[in-house]
Design a protein around this ligand. Structure first.
Ligand code: HEM
Ligand code: HEM
Length: 251
């Protein structure tokens, strides 16, 4: 008797396991709360009458926003540690930036605009690795400066003025850069080519054809146990040939 994989499973590939999804959405939630409550301490909501909106009064309460800021900070620090330790234990470094990412990123964007063939990519495109580095760098900057600001708030702690000045500056600059990064991250999904990745962050699975077309190097190497089999070298060769044939004539 032969066993066949259900069609729906064969057409999908597991891209984001539960750990990745947990890390992504916990980070997003913590950052959303930190931005919301951080602005409360500036204090923007009273000044611009946001607190007059129904249900938004609490945004003007310094005590509530600072405590929520601390709570979200703990969540963020926890998830960042968890992510780093998990990456090292499982040796999952696909998303870490590599040499040549800027050049590869340029080639991918050029290919998207001119409808030419993209260079073969692994699990993440070069610009995704760069986006990860950019967001990760700002998150670490905000954690370090945030911890110093927190320490300064302890009773009896006196820190030099220049240190406080630069800490506050960097905490604020990091906030602005992070917000721009998040806007850029979400704007990436305006492009149809990137949209097929969205279900991966919700259900874990993405369309198999899309993965084989866009993340061909990742599909060649089996990644996790229980994964639907990836294709062989011969199949890869055939696919590459058909990809070459279907490329835009002007490329
Ligand atoms: C505070 C908010 C968020 C932060 C800091 C954040 C951060 C990140 C980072 C660093 C990555 C990996 C690099 C990349 O693929 O660009 C990523 C991946 C991803 N994010 Fe977000 N994200 C946020 C919100 C969102 C939201 C609201 C969505 C959905 C609408 C989303 C959808 C995705 C998807 C689908 C991926 C995986 C792409 C793939 O499979 O390759 N993110 N996110
Ligand atoms: C995504 C990460 C974060 C964002 C966007 C963010 C944003 C902000 C903003 C806009 C402010 C108000 C301006 C200022 O006082 O400089 C602020 C204040 C502050 N943040 Fe953050 N923050 C983040 C992470 C953290 C973390 C991780 C910590 C602690 C470990 C922290 C601790 C503080 C403290 C202590 C203050 C000053 C409160 C006061 O004394 O009034 N922040 N943050």
């Amino acid at each position: 008797m032969t066993t066949t994989t259900p069609k729906s499973k064969r057409e999908k590939l597991l891209r984001q396991n539960l750990v990745n999804r947990f890390v992504h959405w916990t980070t997003a939630l913590a950052i959303f709360l930190l931005i919301l409550t951080g602005f409360g301490q500036m204090p923007l909501y009273n000044r611009y009458n946001v607190t007059k909106l129904p249900g938004a009064e609490w945004l003007g309460d310094y005590f509530i926003t600072i405590n929520l800021h601390y709570l979200a900070a703990v969540l963020l620090i926890f998830v960042v540690f968890y992510h780093i330790i998990n990456a090292f234990i499982r040796k999952e470094f696909d998303i870490f930036p590599r040499r040549g990412d800027f050049k590869e990123s340029y080639l991918i964007i050029k290919a998207m605009i001119t409808k030419c063939k993209e260079p073969p990519c692994g699990k993440y495109l070069a610009e995704q690795r760069l986006a990860y580095f950019y967001i990760g760098f700002n998150v670490l900057l905000l954690i370090i400066t945030g911890l110093i600001k927190m320490y300064k708030n302890l009773p009896g702690v006196e820190l030099p003025y220049s240190l406080l000045f630069w800490t506050t500056m960097l905490h604020n600059i990091g906030t602005v850069l992070l917000i721009l990064g998040i806007i850029g991250h979400l704007a990436a999904f305006i492009f149809k080519e990137n949209r097929a990745l969205l279900p991966g962050m919700f259900t874990g699975y993405i369309d198999r054809n899309y993965a084989e077309h866009r993340h061909v190097l990742w599909c060649k190497k089996p990644e996790s146990k229980g994964q639907v089999p990836f294709f062989t070298d011969e199949e890869h060769h055939d696919r590459e040939q058909s990809r070459n044939e279907t490329g835009h004539p002007g490329c």
